[in-house]
Each structure stands twice: as C-alpha cells, then as structure tokens.
Design a protein around this ligand. Structure first.
Ligand code: SF4
Ligand code: SF4
Length: 182
C-alpha cells in the first residue's frame, strides 16, 4: 500500500509512547546471537543470564537507556529485539491503514490505562516504579491472596484487576503481534 506517512512522522508516535521500553508491554528485553551482551552491559544495561535451561540473556525493563523524552540513549547500539519490534499501531500507521491521529489516540489510551494501573498499585502500597508493570501486578496478586486485607484494599484490588484486564485486551488487540506476545 502506498502511504503518505513518512518514517519520520511515524517515529513521532514512539516519542509519544515508549510503552515497549518502559516496562508496560514487556518485562524484559531478550538478547540474541547478534547482540553484544558485554558491550551493552558496559553501556549501562543490567544484562543478566537466567538460571533456566536453556539460559536466557536479557535485561529488565523499564529500560535504563530510556530517556525522559522517550528517546533511546543507546539507539545505535540497541539490541535486535528493539530493532525488530514494531507494535500493531506503529505498523498500521506506517502502512497508512490508520491515520497518525488515530494511532496517537490508541497510544494515548494505552498510556492512560497503564498510568491508571500504576496509580492503583501505588494506592495498594507498591511504589516500585523501577519494576515492570506485569511483575508488579503478579506480585500484588500473590500478596493479596496471602494477606488479610480491609474492604477498601479489596475494592482497590478488584479495580486493579479490571484495569489490568482492560489493558491486556487493548495490548493484545492493538500492540502485540502474535510473535511478540509475552
Ligand atoms: S509500543 Fe509501538 S508506538 Fe509505542 S514506542 Fe513501541 S513501537 Fe512505538
Ligand atoms: S535499548 Fe532503547 S529501544 Fe531497547 S528497550 Fe531500551 S530504550 Fe527501548
């Protein structure tokens, strides 16, 4: 399909988003054979090797290379997963299937939903913003299941469950492609 949307324009979308780098869509960035793990570690990414079999070399999100203006501090050296990933909204905008304005609306909606999840986690006492969102929710689930809590906390946790469910629906519909889903 011929599109009048330049790559530069569609990249503006990522600068308004950052969801694939800030721990919202992914818990980790996995390194592959193309990636220089040692160099990335030297550049400040907390690269670790899992104890699983086979071992996985990865670093945790929110990414240490993500700047406040949502640019990537290591853009030229970013790993293969980062180079290859284009979410569904980005792909649709790039191909001209949706307008830039419509794409921006999707990004804004997803960011608002993720912010709401963070707000609810904070209300339940989790302020560890440096951890990925999915991990924070799973940890909160375990905590709530093993602790006796008051009615207000139970209500907030129910609201959190609904917010996470709504975000996951949106993420799977508009952001992950089949191969990307965590
Ligand atoms: S989730 Fe999509 S629009 Fe957002 S930064 Fe990543 S590729 Fe760009
Ligand atoms: S290395 Fe750059 S592109 Fe990759 S997750 Fe970090 S900020 Fe995003």
């Amino acid at each position: 399909m011929i599109t009048d949307m330049s790559v530069k324009t569609v990249e503006q979308l990522c600068l308004a988003c950052g969801l694939c780098c800030d721990g919202t869509l992914f818990d980790h960035v996995q390194l592959g054979p193309d990636d220089d793990a040692k160099k990335l570690k030297t550049l400040g990414l907390p690269v670790t090797v899992s104890r699983s079999q086979p071992p996985v070399t990865r670093f945790r999100q929110p990414c240490a290379a993500l700047c406040a203006d949502r640019t990537c501090r290591l853009y030229a050296d970013r790993p293969r997963q980062c180079r290859d990933f284009e979410c569904g909204v980005y792909k649709d905008a790039k191909a001209g299937r949706i307008s830039f304005t419509a794409a921006l609306r999707q990004v804004k909606k997803a960011r608002q939903q993720a912010d709401n999840i963070r707000r609810l986690l904070r209300a339940l006492g989790d302020t560890e913003e440096e951890r990925p969102l999915g991990e924070r929710f799973r940890r909160m689930q375990r905590r709530m299941e093993s602790t006796i809590t008051d009615e207000a906390a139970n209500h907030t946790f129910a609201e959190l469950g609904l917010a996470v469910h709504a975000f996951n629906l949106l993420a799977h519909k508009k952001f992950y492609t089949k191969a990307d889903a965590p």
